[in-house]
Design a protein around this ligand. Structure first.
Ligand SMILES: [Zn+2]
Length: 425
């Protein structure tokens, strides 16, 4: 399979790009399509690296508009956890396909997913053509230790065979939903088989208070003591981390993925201490968190909010710049997230073409236009492994995905029923 892009603008220069077998083989002025190439005429569109969503629960697209405006624990305990017990693999498959559709549309090509029936999510990502690190959550404070461990082990084996664009991982939900014994078990399994681990950490102040009360140490120190703070670890949120914790995270080589929109929506009471994390040399990525608590998967929005909330919290408009924000959103400040080494020969042919006619991109410096003015609507084409998943706004099979997702949501009692002719009269 080969692809050629002509007439794209990259770093201010008109270039072409050719990809063969998923890799970039030519990039520069004068590159022309070869016989047999799939050809995209970018017509002056801007060539940029794609976005990386470092933390989400993709299939929760089905839960949009369900239990909005509740505090985190009430939202989980009263709304989300009860309905999640009814989920079947097909619900997760179509919920994840819908999420992939939205991500392709808004320029995200790789994401870190933590959700039930993870093998079904992995299958959805493979079928959608995206990349992901997929992990089944583990929660065992309800006493289901052996059952959850067996499910985690089984799902790892099933995810591994989902395809070469899918990586398997482990996902203890949080330190307050997983026993110390199981956290240690996960740490050993991750080290033994070299799997990445994602966990929610320090999202609310209550989590810190409870951890101090039970373990007499802060969440990051506790996680380190059970062996789970390593260069394979992705920590979601980290809103309440103190300086000692940030230094420890940097020292261990773990990554923090901040989800500013979800933090604001769930009113967690503070802002991720980005300037202090940067000073401590912590690797940082950006995540949307689940579409049940964001509720969008358009990472352009999260990117803008990240920059604005950091400036606001620091009372300093220079607290974070547009270029830095763009680097975080494209995964270049946290290699573990899997962004790759960028647009160059021999690297994976993952990229976006942005609309040449987008008014938001017409003036000023590009990173600033992307971070402060653009939305996902500026994405013209999304290419993963040399395959155009979206071309001029068109995604093959999009209507079918939406119809199936709606049907699954209705089956869970979460979407309005189809209006009958009598009721619409
Ligand atoms: Zn989350």
């Amino acid at each position: 399979m080969s692809l050629a892009v002509t007439g794209a603008v990259h770093d201010g220069e008109v270039v072409g790009l050719r990809a063969e077998n998923g890799l970039i083989v030519e990039l520069g002025p004068g590159v022309q399509p070869q016989p047999g190439d799939d050809h995209i005429d970018a017509a002056g569109g801007i060539l940029v690296p794609p976005l990386i969503n470092g933390h989400t629960h993709a299939a929760m697209t089905l839960f949009r508009g369900y239990g909005d405006d509740l505090p985190l624990m009430r939202w989980l305990e009263e709304k989300i956890w009860p309905i999640e017990r009814k989920l079947e693999p097909e619900d997760v498959y179509w919920g994840t396909r819908l999420a992939c559709l939205e991500m392709i549309r808004s320029g995200t090509v790789r994401f870190w997913d933590m959700y039930w029936h993870a093998p079904a999510a992995a299958r959805a990502v493979a079928d959608a053509g995206l990349r992901a690190t997929v992990a089944a959550p583990l929660i065992d404070i309800d006493g289901r230790r052996e059952e959850m461990r067996e499910a985690a082990r089984r799902s790892l084996d099933e995810i591994v065979v989902a395809g070469d664009r899918i990586d398997a991982g482990l996902a203890p939900h949080a330190i307050y939903t997983v026993t110390e014994d199981s956290l240690r078990w996960i740490a050993e399994l991750a080290a033994e088989r070299d799997f990445p681990v994602q966990i929610h950490l320090s999202e609310t102040e209550q989590e810190v208070i409870d951890c101090l009360a039970v373990h007499d140490e802060r969440p990051t120190r506790y996680l380190d003591r059970v062996g789970l703070l390593s260069p394979r670890t992705v920590l979601a949120h980290g809103v309440w981390l103190d300086d000692d914790e940030l230094e420890l995270i940097a020292e261990r080589g773990a990554v923090v993925v901040t989800s500013p929109v979800a933090n604001l929506k769930l009113a967690v009471g503070a802002v991720f201490p980005y300037p202090r994390a940067r000073a401590a040399r912590v690797q940082v990525g950006l995540g949307s968190d689940g579409p049940g608590s964001n509720n969008s998967l358009d990472l352009f929005e999260d990117m803008k909010v990240l920059a604005l909330i950091q400036k606001h919290a620091a009372n300093d408009p220079a607290a974070i710049g547009a270029t830095e924000t763009w680097e975080i959103a494209t995964g270049r400040r946290a290699p573990l997230l899997g962004a790759g080494a960028g647009l160059d020969l021999g690297h994976p042919a993952d990229f976006l073409l942005l609309r040449a006619d987008a008014p938001e991109l017409s003036f000023g410096e590009l990173p600033a236009a992307l971070v402060y003015a653009a939305s996902g609507a500026v994405v013209h084409s999304t290419v993963v492994a040399g395959r155009a998943l979206m071309r001029d706004g068109e995604i093959e099979g999009a209507e079918e995905v939406l119809a199936h997702a709606l049907e699954r949501a209705r089956g869970l009692g979460l979407a309005p029923p189809v209006a009958s002719p009598a009721s619409s009269a």
